[in-house]
Design a binder for this molecule. Sequence first.
Ligand SMILES: C[S@@+](CC[C@H](N)C(=O)[O-])C[C@H]1O[C@@H](n2cnc3c(N)ncnc32)[C@H](O)[C@@H]1O
Length: 319
Amino acid sequence: MAAPLGGMGAPHRPVLLEETLQFLAPERGGLFVDGTVGLGGHSEAILKSSSDTRVLGMDLDPTALAYARQRLAPFGERFRVFQANFRAIADSLRQANERDPSGILVDLGVSSIQFDSPERGFSFRFDGPLDMRMDPAKGPTAADLLQQLPESEIARIIFEYGEERHSRRIARRIVERREQGYPITTTRELADLVRLAAGGHKRNQIHPATRTFQALRIAVNGELEGLGEFVDTAVDLLIPGGRFVGISFHSLEDRILKNELRRLSGHCQCPPRLPVCACGARKVIEVLTRRPVAPSAREVDENPRARSAKLRAGCKLSA
Ligand SMILES: C[S@@+](CC[C@H](N)C(=O)[O-])C[C@H]1O[C@@H](n2cnc3c(N)ncnc32)[C@H](O)[C@@H]1O
């Protein structure tokens, strides 16, 4: 295990690790793409499974990549990293002069160094700038969105991505503050505002700001955009018999993974009233998970952050 970088706390525990290995089957050897390499937990297990595996790790976050590079240095040339969005998987493979992956993994969401670093602004547990960008060099921060977006759009984000029933009231208060010349710029300010707008914090309930923070993070990083197209590209790139594994932490992400894998297994996703299929369903994979795989009670006990994880997997069929 690599030494913590820059005061980093406990390393990220890879979620559903045994199940991921079971579906990816890396002991077959070959090239594996870890589209969300994070701190390299899943990648390390893939590299350890056989001396014939290679991993191309991708991530938006340069801090995570630095950690993964250091942690997986003992594997030498078998591990390479790219700072890129996993949606650009085809470009990264080209740049790496690689093709025909045997497996592709994405473990969506945030890593513990992002969540546990006050200066990244992902968590209301600390006071820090309201940032939330996975790539800190690109795009508007969460504070920028709250300063720039219309009230209706802020409410929509909080409602759709956070399933927060007080979304309109929260958006109203955010806009009132900025109109008074006091825009929200820190995690503490936002958490306090949400707590007041949502009517306080009752014992034994999740913090009222949880859903709003999750929603803003999804919006800042465009986490749902192009996820379905990515699954399609990934399956296209796999060798026959190659495996795709997706781990999600949000019902909207899980729905996208489920529908896309179903479509690629030949199930039409069009509304029943359409006379002809317009979704392009074709049978190129076999779905390996009839239902999403959830972590065991023991895993959740040991790693509460795993509690909402769901894994779905597919195997590419021969042409
Ligand atoms: C849950 S962590 C992955 C943890 C990793 N599996 C491990 O074992 O350490 C998710 C990682 O995905 C990255 N990420 C999220 N969306 C991404 C995207 N679209 N492209 C590339 N990386 C992304 C985040 O920066 C974060 O480091």
